[in-house]
Design a binder for this molecule. Structure first.
Ligand code: DQA
Length: 148
């Protein structure tokens, strides 16, 4: 089982960026923890970050047939990107939306997610653990679709 993790703009700065909001781990450290969990579960991960909306759209478009699910922290594009939403709808790969912070407890402009309606669900507010929960949710969605 292969799962694609995509990270949007400014997440390359995790660790230095507003640690009170996003925690002190770097994206690399989050990836390392996630890979340990994935290994235990026999899952192969691809883990990518881009500051470019277009690159994220291209990666979503190319995800099929290699990946069974996408776990997406679209960062600020969550709140602005119809292009990302359309890409998720177009490829129809189960996609889990994740955030480190609780976007519903922050500024009003972060309360809305343009991608939520085309994702299987949203995980928001558990810090780096949101990535582990995203992995578990993706595996669950894939396995339950097999048993249907
Ligand atoms: C974020 C929340 C977004 O509102 C913000 O723009 C980010 C990170 C999170 O993981 O909490 O860059 O997606």
């Amino acid at each position: 089982m292969r799962i694609l993790f995509l990270n949007g703009p400014n997440l390359n700065l995790l660790g230095q960026r507003e640690p009170a909001v996003y925690g002190s781990l770097s994206l690399k450290e989050i990836e390392t923890r996630l890979r340990e969990r994935a290994k235990e579960r026999g899952i192969t991960l691809d883990f990518r970050q881009s500051n470019s909306e277009g690159e994220l759209v291209t990666w979503i478009q190319q995800a099929k047939p290699e990946f069974a699910a996408i776990v997406l922290n679209a960062a600020a594009y969550t709140h602005t990107s119809i292009a990302l939403r359309d890409a998720i709808s177009a490829v129809a790969i189960p996609t889990i939306e994740i955030h480190l912070s609780n976007i519903h407890a922050r500024e009003a402009f972060r309360n809305e997610s343009l991608i939520a309606a085309v994702c299987c669900g949203q995980i928001s507010g558990f810090g780096a653990h949101s990535y582990i929960l995203g992995l578990d949710a993706a595996v669950n969605v894939i396995e339950s679709s097999k048993n249907r």
